[in-house]
Design a protein around this ligand. Structure first.
Ligand SMILES: Nc1ncnc2c1ncn2[C@@H]1O[C@H](COP(=O)(O)OP(=O)(O)OP(=O)(O)O)[C@@H](O)[C@H]1O
Length: 246
């Protein structure tokens, strides 16, 4: 699904914020992405979304080498990815429902289905009373939930979410994680950047952990029980590693 080989990323002439990143995410896997503030989580997600090109190394997505993908091919690739970035990127002139409906309408879904699905998902994220509200009238946490609803509405092949529970209370945070979990069970590959240790403990998926620009892959706690050899990765461990859905 995604393969990084010795990837580095720098902004301008600054030192690399990501260094020698190598890993493979298999289709249908679920990973949390963790690391201190400024560790590079958003940058890594943007590389996966093809919003940034790496300064060096190889990124392969859906079996395609990103170095040779043209600008014209990007929209089609991105249509297969659901994203929740920290700025939400909602369209201000559209209602919550119409924002969520965008991916379905672009895919030509019949209008009656669009309205039914979008209403259902907005109710699930607790916004049943705000279907027709414009983003400017919503709180930060409500906008975030609209963005999340939009990211999952068309069951993307890959879901990337940056701090999706950052602005919501614990109860809503748990509901949102269940939404991602449902998608994962349907076969979507999921990567969630979060600082929320309670959610990480509750859902027990492997972690991609960033430390000082380098990545290590930590197995789910469950797999550590089954596999006594599965050890904490070391900071700076750059060997390609794979995580597989049980
Ligand atoms: N567009 C940019 N231009 C220059 N530097 C950037 C840019 N985006 C991020 N950085 C720098 O890259 C480093 C990693 O930032 P990034 O946002 O990826 O971290 P993060 O782990 O997502 O942090 P947080 O948890 O606070 O959101 C930081 O030092 C940041 O200042």
């Amino acid at each position: 699904m995604i393969r990084f080989e010795n990837v580095g990323l720098r902004y301008g002439t600054e030192a690399e914020v990501l260094r020698d990143i190598s890993f493979t995410l298999l289709p249908g896997s679920f990973h949390f992405l963790t690391g201190a503030s400024g560790a590079g989580k958003s940058s890594l997600l943007k590389l996966m979304y093809l919003a940034h090109r790496p300064s060096r190394g190889l990124v392969t997505l859906f079996g395609r080498d990103m170095a040779v993908v043209t600008r014209r091919e990007l929209p089609e690739l991105r249509r297969q990815i659901g994203v929740v970035f920290q700025d939400f990127a909602l369209l201000d002139h559209l209602s919550a429902l119409d924002n969520v409906a965008l991916p379905l309408r672009m895919a030509g879904t019949p209008e009656a289905d669009v309205v039914a699905h979008c209403t259902e998902i907005l109710r699930w994220v607790g916004l049943g009373n705000h279907l027709h509200a414009k983003p400017s009238t919503l709180s930060g946490g409500q906008k975030q939930r609209v963005a999340i609803a939009r990211s999952v509405i068309n069951r993307p092949r890959l879901l990337l979410a940056d701090e999706p529970t950052g602005n919501v209370d614990d109860g809503i945070g748990m509901r949102l994680l269940y939404l991602f979990e449902e998608l994962y069970k349907l076969g979507t590959t999921v990567v969630i950047a979060t600082h929320n240790e309670a959610l990480i403990r509750r859902f027990d998926h492997p972690r991609l952990h960033l430390d000082n620009g380098r990545l290590m892959v930590l197995p789910a706690r469950g797999s550590r029980v089954h596999d006594g050899r599965a050890s904490e990765g070391r900071a700076g461990d750059t060997r390609p590693q794979e995580s597989r859905r049980e």
